[in-house]
Design a binder for this molecule. Structure first.
Ligand code: IFM
Length: 451
């Protein structure tokens, strides 16, 4: 069976990580500009001021994508580039930039997938309380409606949020990401609820303003729980572990069900409601109706996972990673099984057409003496992961597409430019792009798996 004939083979990036031009053409500040300019927040005091200079080099980048056989491109919009103050007055030059990018993609036969929010929150709105302010729902709705009005004549696929787990968990609980705060659980759960409401409001606004039928999705992240064996009891244990709500002691924001059940099923998971009860805001039926807007696809960013086995008392435990367990340069474990079991479990639960909206690895890439960038570890990673994804498709999950993270090396948030996730190497001194061996491998893979 394998992948569908019209499977969407893409790559992904995000605005702050690649665009640069942080203060050009009327762009407003985002919380990441302010955060990265504050000494001590990002490795080596790197900032996204210039990044990959994609703002100026987008035509070259799109051409490179085309030459590498990439069929679809998932990118995010910088909200403050369009609305410098987050709401109100629109920045025409910012609007034009994305319009030109979309035209360039379409001209080169590449399908655009827009993500509305990938973490670069307008600083002006942050100063008004950001996600903690109940008006944040209305602000995001205004932005989403405008994006739809501006681009839905040419763009058919929209994603509301990228990884709410991270921008709330890392931004406001661990403080590792912008805006670098550690707030109370009460505030955290209020923000979660507002983000989910903002998702629903955005879905409504996108549809209301769409110039043609559009497809709308949502892209959270997770750590997949996969079974330690093919035994039924281990599979059941892994499924349960995957969707169980995390206790407060365990990186609580990394919940899968907490972030996705309300969106797709219309309710928060019971175990979470019980565990977090004392910190929860008022949750009304009207809120849940808003959050539970029909969406067209479910997306998930998946990088790794954890093995789970059933225990004799009917519970489960995590399997140990053996000494020398493979890992990427950023120290994430390499667990290809997550691309089989993650999509299977998620499809089974949410029953929506499914996309992998991010997957890939960071490696210690260098330009070799022959002028090329050899990244055999990334090729091996991609090969193993995609073979597992194919198994999920064979086993019945309706998988529509895969977006490799990332098209090119970029600003890896608190790690600055020290980690390279791209299949295209970026020399930050010269802004030269060099496709790595993995880019040619992916090209070949796409060719073999397309009609
Ligand atoms: O670079 C990030 C991306 O912005 C969100 N998902 C994970 C990637 C790698 O850390």
């Amino acid at each position: 069976m394998g992948f569908k004939k019209d499977f969407v083979w893409g790559t992904a990036t995000s605005s702050y990580q690649i665009e640069g031009a942080y203060n050009e053409d009327g762009r407003g500040l985002s919380i990441w500009d302010v955060h990265s300019h504050q000494p001590g927040n990002v490795d080596c005091q790197h900032t996204g001021d210039i990044a990959c200079d994609h703002y100026h080099k987008f035509k070259e980048d799109v051409l490179l994508m085309k030459n590498l056989g990439i069929k679809a491109y998932r990118f995010s919009l910088s909200w403050p580039r369009i609305f410098p103050d987050g709401t109100g007055k629109i920045n025409e030059k910012g609007v034009k930039f994305y319009s030109n990018l979309i035209d360039e993609l379409l001209k080169n036969g590449i399908e655009p997938y827009i993500t509305l929010f990938h973490w670069d929150y307008p600083y002006a709105l942050y100063k008004k309380g950001g996600w903690l302010n109940d008006d944040s729902v209305k602000w995001f709705k205004e932005y989403a409606g405008e994006v739809s009005r501006l681009y839905s004549d040419r763009v058919k696929n929209f994603i509301t949020f990228n990884e709410p787990q991270c921008f709330i968990g890392e931004g406001y609980l661990s403080g590792a990401h912008a805006p670098g705060l550690k707030v109370s659980y009460k505030d955290i759960f209020q923000m979660c609820h507002n983000v989910l409401k903002a998702h629903g409001a955005a879905v409504i606004a996108i549809r209301e303003n769409a110039k043609q039928p559009v497809k709308i999705g949502y892209a959270p992240t997770c750590s997949v729980k996969y079974p330690a064996s093919e035994k039924k009891e281990d599979i059941d244990a892994a499924r349960k572990a995957f969707f169980d709500s995390y206790p407060l002691s365990r990186s609580v924001m990394w919940n899968t069900a907490w972030w996705s059940d309300p969106v797709v099923l219309g309710h928060y998971p019971e175990d979470g409601l019980e565990m977090y009860n004392e910190y929860l805001p008022e949750i009304t039926d009207e809120d849940m109706k808003l959050i539970n807007q029909p969406i067209d696809f479910y997306a998930q960013n998946i990088y790794n996972g954890r093995g789970v086995r059933a225990t004799s008392d009917g519970n489960y435990e995590f399997t140990d990673r053996y000494a020398g367990f493979p890992k990427t340069a950023i120290q994430w474990p390499i667990t290809p099984e997550c691309l089989r079991w993650g999509p299977k479990f998620l499809y089974e639960r949410y029953k929506l057409p499914f996309y992998i909206t991010e997957n890939g690895m960071s490696a210690h890439d260098v330009i070799s003496l022959d002028g090329k960038v050899h990244d055999p570890n990334r090729i091996d990673f991609l090969n193993r992961y995609l073979l597992e994804l194919e198994k999920a498709a064979d086993e019945g999950a309706d998988i529509q597409g895969y977006f490799l993270w990332s098209f090119m090396d970029n600003f890896e948030w608190a790690k600055g430019y020290t980690d390279r996730f791209g299949i295209v190497f970026v020399d930050y001194n010269t802004q030269k792009r060099i496709p790595k061996d993995s880019a040619y491998w992916y090209k070949d893979w796409i060719e073999k798996h397309s009609i």
